[in-house]
Design a binder for this molecule. Structure first.
Ligand SMILES: Nc1nc2c(c(=O)[nH]1)N[C@H]1C(S)=C(S)[C@@H](COP(=O)(O)O)O[C@H]1N2
Ligand SMILES: [Mo]
Length: 393
C-alpha cells in the first residue's frame, strides 16, 4: 500500500476525496490494546506477558497443518525494534574475506526458496511443570507451523566469502534491552544466537522475508528473520541485523546462560545451547478440563513433531500408560513439519475424571519420555503431558 502522509490526507479530504485509514493486516500488539494476562486477543492469542508481548497460540481451536499468521505464537525478549525497510541493511562480517552490507532490495533479488517448518519455543508446555520453573508459563500453544520463504543463508555467506577456520555463525537481532537476573552483562544487549558453520551451510537454513505468503509480520521478525528448520525457535533470530562469522565458540547470554541446559558427558555436566527439537506429541482436543459425554465416540486430535527426522507413530493411553493404542497419522510426512494425528475414542461409560496421554516416536526410535529430565531445567520440555477431562453421564 502506498504511503499516505498526514498532509496528503488533509489535502485529499479538502478535495472531497474519500480517505481510508491505512489498515494493516498485521496485528501490532500495542500494549494498550492487549487484554490482561491470561485472556485472549480478538485473534484468540492468549496473553502470557505484556511489554514485551508474549502471546500463546490457540492450540485447541482449529488446529490445522498451517498456522495462520494471526494465530502464530509470539515470543519476544525485548520490545519490537523500529525498522525502516528503506534504510535497513544486513551486515555480514567477522571471519570473512570481505564484510558485506545488503539492502532489502538486494536480498530480494537473490534466488528465493520456500520451506514449511514448525517452530516450537524451547519453553513450550513449561506451565505444566511442577514445581514451577522460571520463564513465561506457556501451556500447549508456543508452537506453530508455517510456510516461510526467503534467501538461503549459504548464498548470503558466499557473497562475503567464509574464511578457513570459521567455526560458528552468530546472528544478531536489531532488538535490544537489559537482562534483569544475574549473571548478566551490564547495559543493553542485542538478542543474539549462533550455530555451527556446518549447519549454516545447509540448504534448509534461510533468511525469511515472508510467512504464509505475506511479508514477514513485525511481531515475527519483519522485515527478515533467520529460519532454522528442526531446531527450537530460539535459533530463528528475528529482526536480523548482523551476521558475524567467528573462529571461536560464541558464548553470549542467550546462547550459554539462557536457552542452554546441562548434558552429562563422561559424567561431567556440560552447558549446551538448546538446538534440535525433541520428539513430542500434544493433544489439541479434548482441551484440558473439557467436559465430555459418557459412553460416546470422541475424536482425539493433535500434532506431533521432532527434530531432524520424521514422526513414525503416535500412541494414546487412557489408563495412565499401562496400554497404548496407535493414533492415525494424517496426510504425508513433510520434513521439519508437524504431523497432525487423530484417534477415535469411546469415552468411559460412567462419570469420572479421565486422563489422556499421547506419546510420539520418530523414525530414529526416539520415544517421547514419560518423565521430565531435571538437567534440562526450564527448557526442552517434551515429556508426556497428562490431559485431564471430565466425563459426565
Ligand atoms: N531478535 C530476536 N529473535 C528471536 C527472539 C527474540 O526475542 N529476539 N525470540 C526467540 C524465541 S525464544 C522464539 S521462541 C522465537 C519466537 O518466534 P515467533 O515470535 O515468530 O513465534 O523467536 C526467537 N527469535
Ligand atoms: Mo523460545
Amino acid at each position: 500500500m502506498p504511503r499516505v502522509s498526514r498532509r496528503d490526507v488533509i489535502r485529499m479530504a479538502a478535495m472531497g476525496m474519500p480517505v481510508f485509514a491505512a489498515v494493516s493486516t498485521e496485528h501490532t500488539h500495542a500494549a494498550a490494546e492487549l487484554p490482561p494476562v491470561g485472556e485472549a486477543t480478538p485473534n484468540g492469542l492468549i496473553v502470557r506477558q505484556a511489554n514485551p508481548d508474549n502471546l500463546e497460540g490457540p492450540f485447541a481451536d482449529g488446529l490445522s497443518e498451517i498456522t495462520q499468521n494471526g494465530h502464530f505464537f509470539v515470543r519476544s525478549h525485548f520490545a519490537v525494534p523500529e525498522i525502516d525497510s528503506a534504510t535497513w541493511r544486513l551486515r555480514i562480517e567477522g571471519h570473512v574475506n570481505q564484510a558485506v552490507e545488503l539492502s532489502l532490495e538486494q536480498l530480494k533479488s537473490l534466488p528465493q526458496v520456500s520451506h514449511q517448518a514448525t517452530l516450537e519455543c524451547a519453553g513450550n508446555t513449561r506451565g505444566y511443570l511442577s514445581p514451577a520453573v522460571k520463564g513465561v508459563q506457556w501451556n500447549l500453544g508456543a508452537v506453530g507451523n508455517a510456510a516461510w520463504s526467503g534467501v538461503r543463508l549459504s548464498d548470503v555467506l558466499k557473497l562475503a566469502g567464509v574464511k578457513r577456520g570459521a567455526l560458528e555463525v552468530v546472528f544478531e537481532g536489531a532488538d535490544t534491552g537489559e537482562i534483569k537476573d544475574p549473571p548478566r552483562p551490564t547495559g543493553t544487549i542485542h538478542f543474539a544466537r549462533s550455530m555451527p558453520i556446518s549447519r549454516a551451510h545447509q540448504e534448509d537454513v534461510i533468511l525469511a522475508l515472508s510467512m504464509n505468503g505475506e511479508p514477514l509480520p513485525k511481531s515475527h521478525g519483519g522485515p527478515m528473520r533467520v529460519l532454522v528448520p528442526g531446531w527450537y525457535a530460539v535459533a530463528s533470530v528475528k529482526w536480523l541485523a548482523r551476521i558475524v562469522v567467528t573462529d571461536r565458540p560464541f558464548t553470549g547470554h542467550f546462547q550459554t546462560v539462557d536457552y542452554a541446559y546441562w548434558e552429562r558427558r563422561n559424567g561431567l555436566p556440560n552447558r549446551i545451547p538448546v538446538s534440535e527439537m525433541q520428539t513430542k506429541a500434544e493433544i489439541s482436543r479434548p482441551a484440558p478440563g473439557e467436559v465430555l459425554a459418557a459412553d460416546k465416540p470422541y475424536r482425539i486430535t493433535g500434532a506431533a513433531w521432532t527434530g531432524d527426522s520424521q514422526i513414525q507413530k503416535v500412541e494414546i493411553s487412557d489408563d495412565g500408560g499401562t496400554t497404548w493404542k496407535l493414533a492415525k497419522l494424517i496426510g504425508k510426512p513433510v520434513r521439519h513439519t508437524w504431523r497432525l494425528w487423530q484417534f477415535d475414542w469411546i469415552t468411559p461409560s460412567t462419570a469420572q475424571t479421565s486422563t489422556l496421554l499421547a506419546r510420539a516416536t520418530d523414525a530414529r526410535g526416539s520415544v517421547q519420555p514419560m518423565q521430565r529430565q531435571p538437567d534440562r531445567e526450564n527448557y526442552m520440555i517434551n515429556h508426556v503431558i497428562p490431559i485431564k477431562v471430565n466425563i459426565r453421564s
